[in-house]
Design a protein around this ligand. Structure first.
Ligand SMILES: CC(C)(COP(=O)(O)OP(=O)(O)OC[C@H]1O[C@@H](n2cnc3c(N)ncnc32)[C@H](O)[C@@H]1OP(=O)(O)O)[C@@H](O)C(=O)NCCC(=O)NCCS
Length: 326
């Protein structure tokens, strides 16, 4: 079953929201207190939660959300633009996460990462360009490090925890996108894509698009990644004995903004789900296209060999890297 994610903003005076939030917030505080060697009763924790909920709605950039997968709550987080400056240690305007918890039953499935990306996208749209967090020392630190947060070397004087920071850029929210067969409309839209130099060799516009427009490949070899009505990328695959060869292009307006690694991960996940292929995935990339190579490496691809071939639609012979994902 495909996982459908949604987020609920906790409203004050909403008993159902309080009930749902308590089931996550109480075990959250109990777990981090155990890591810190401190203790609070369930009643004290519930009082703290009530106080946090009571201030919801005061500011547009203050959020307290429950995350659900297929309707079942799996995580909770409180996050906002920080108006203070952590005692002068940071400049104003950082986005910060004051509480973040994934229920143990849902851990190590990438849901924490997905929730954190959603939070970063919201705080980015609230104006934040940097994030900070004072992570839990046991589960928090490895998690935030794996999501690009680095130790600033500064310590929060209140809870004596290290302050981790990260720069954020405009992100595509991949949460609920899906891969669907190409259609007449989507193929036509993709056939108009143009990229900035030096990536204009990948333009669809002005190049022969015979394969793209070949209906017999739509839904078997050619797809698009789509979020409601926005096409995020064009995706293609061909099975060659045991290997699945893949190719894709992100829509031009999303390129160059740090979305590449997430885009590639999502395409791989969708292609594996669609084809049921569990073996090796191979791709070919121009050796000069370091931007794409970096995104592939981030997604776990590694170099296999260099081959020479004609670059699409030109007479130039170029070096290409073959990269594999096992
Ligand atoms: C920290 C927490 C939110 C992680 O949630 P999650 O959904 O399991 O996280 P993800 O699956 O997205 O993990 C992404 C990566 O983070 C790292 N990571 C996450 N939890 C880890 C752990 N316990 N030990 C080591 N690395 C961990 C891994 O690199 C992981 O990737 P992998 O599973 O491919 O190895 C969850 O463990 C939790 O709620 N812990 C208790 C409360 C807490 O610490 N909150 C953070 C407060 S600052």
């Amino acid at each position: 079953m495909k996982q459908q994610i949604n987020f609920i903003q906790i409203e004050k005076d909403n008993a159902a929201h309080f009930e749902m939030a308590s089931k996550l917030w109480v075990p959250f505080i109990e777990e981090v207190n155990e890591h810190d060697g401190t203790y609070k009763t369930k009643e004290q924790i519930a009082d703290g939660l009530k106080k946090r909920i009571s201030i919801q709605g005061r500011r547009k950039d203050m959020h307290f959300e429950i995350a659900c997968v297929n309707g079942e709550p799996f995580g909770i987080a409180m996050f906002a633009i920080d108006l203070g400056t952590v005692y002068g240690l940071l400049e104003k305007g950082y986005g910060t996460i004051m509480g973040f918890y994934i229920h143990p039953k849902f851990r190590r499935r990438g849901l924490g990462t997905l929730f954190s990306k959603h939070i970063e996208a919201i705080l980015y749209s609230d104006g934040a360009r940097k994030m900070y967090i004072c992570p839990d020392s046991v589960t928090g630190e490895p998690f935030w490090q794996s999501n690009g947060y680095v130790d600033s070397g500064k310590i929060d004087p209140d809870d004596k925890k290290p302050i981790y920071i990260k720069e954020i850029a405009e992100q595509i929210d991949f949460t609920n996108c899906e891969m669907i067969p190409l259609t007449q409309d989507t193929a036509l839209e993709i056939s108009q894509w143009e990229y900035e130099k030096p990536y204009d060799v990948y333009n669809f516009k002005g190049h022969p698009n015979d394969w793209l427009m070949d209906e017999s490949t739509w839904g078997t070899e050619q797809f698009c990644l789509i979020e409601r009505t926005t096409i995020l990328g064009q995706v293609a695959c061909q099975l060659d004995e045991k290997d699945l060869w893949v190719g894709w292009s992100m829509a031009p307006q999303f390129c160059g903004k740090g979305n590449g690694g997430n885009f590639v991960n999502r395409c791989v996940k969708e292609l594996r789900e669609f084809t049921g292929h569990t073996g090796r995935i191979l791709l070919r990339v121009a050796a000069s296209n370091q931007r794409a190579i970096r995104a592939y490496e981030k997604a776990g691809f590694s170099y296999v060999e260099t081959i020479q071939d004609e670059i699409a639609y030109t007479n130039h012979i170029e070096d290409f890297w073959v990269m594999e994902l096992l």
